[in-house]
Design a protein around this ligand. Structure first.
Ligand code: BV8
Ligand code: ZN
Length: 254
């Protein structure tokens, strides 16, 4: 079972400004493949081939099919205890008069499905779509019973419809990124959960928080590019470790 130092539990029980960055790893226990794990999504293709506008324009059918295959999984999976513990933590810290900012690189919206509020989505979402040419939002939504094999066309300009995710080489949504950077520079504790910390500018947030004086906690069964900067490393699956950790925080009596 997982044991945590009294200092960690005391710090978390007394902190009032928490920020959390999540990546694909927090959805792994729901059955959603990560990108860089051995059997991950990138195992067969290079990221730039699939998650970029160039890749989409070069091979729209391959990229569209890859997103449809991911949507098929995301359409039927459920949040896991890692997601639901973050909801309970947001409730608890806000009830204590504190702040809890959830920043995610994930596009599966499982945090919102679990009940997390005001989620900062740095890389967009896989549910919505818009026109790759005139950028107008498009009403297409994936459903398991419709088999849309190629990108629908825009009713205004005839352009190909694309998922509302942020591809490589594309700007992150400015409001979400600025709010995430503010939270990283103002928080007392910063969690990095289930991310390999290889994609920027998201991966810079934990280091910004640490530089600004926060306690940096990493939750990941594997080493990452930023493990060496962590004050506390919880080398465990988030769906198992987070519920145990938060139970102890909630029960802490100074
Ligand atoms: C941009 C699309 C600039 C959506 C994705 C420095 C600064 C700025 C940019 C760059 C820079 N250096 C390089 C760049 C370019 C690039 C970049 O970072 N490249 C990397 C590869 C070096 N960044 C960009 O292009 C970004 N855009 O900066 O634009 C700009 C400026 C002006 C004008 C125009 C442009 C855009 C980045 C977004 C890219 N989009 N995907 C989609 O299809 O999903 S990235 C892709 O990787 C996903 O979005 C994902 O969110 C992201 C990060 O992956 P992770 O979530 O970490 O997943 P991964 O599989 O890697 O790791 C999972 C982890 O979980 C593992 O560590 C594993 O151990 C752990 N785990 C497994 N099981 C569990 C677990 N943990 C806990 N519990 C478990 N049970
Ligand atoms: Zn259009």
């Amino acid at each position: 079972m997982y044991t945590f130092s009294d200092n960690l539990i005391k710090t978390l029980a007394e902190a009032r400004k928490i920020a959390v960055l999540t990546g694909a790893g927090i959805s792994a226990e729901s059955g959603v493949a990560t990108f860089r794990d051995p059997n991950g999504l990138w195992a067969k293709f290079r990221p730039e081939e699939l998650a970029s506008m160039d890749g989409f324009l070069k091979n729209p059918l391959l990229v569209w099919e890859w997103y449809q295959a991911r949507r098929e999984v995301i359409d039927r999976v459920k949040p896991n205890p890692g997601h639901t513990t973050l909801v309970a933590m947001q409730d608890w810290y806000e009830e204590c008069g504190g702040s809890f900012t959830l920043i995610t690189q994930n596009v599966d919206r499982l945090h919102q499905q679990a009940g997390s509020r005001d989620v900062l989505e740095l890389h967009g979402n896989i549910i919505e779509n818009y026109c790759s040419r005139c950028k107008k939002p498009h009403e297409y939504r994936y459903t398991a019973d419709t088999d849309v094999k190629e990108p629908p066309r825009c009713g205004y300009c005839g352009g190909m419809i694309r998922p509302a995710v942020v591809w490589f080489g594309e700007m992150l949504p400015v409001d979400a990124l600025e709010a995430a950077q503010d939270a990283a520079s103002e928080c007392e504790v910063f969690f990095s959960i289930g991310t390999s910390a290889e994609v920027y500018p998201a991966a810079g947030l934990p280091i910004e928080a640490k530089r600004a004086g926060a306690m940096f906690i990493e939750v990941n069964p594997n080493q990452t590019a930023i493990t060496r900067y962590a004050d506390v490393v919880i080398a465990a699956p988030s769906g198992e470790a987070l519920p145990v950790l938060f139970e102890k925080v909630r029960a802490w009596q100074a």
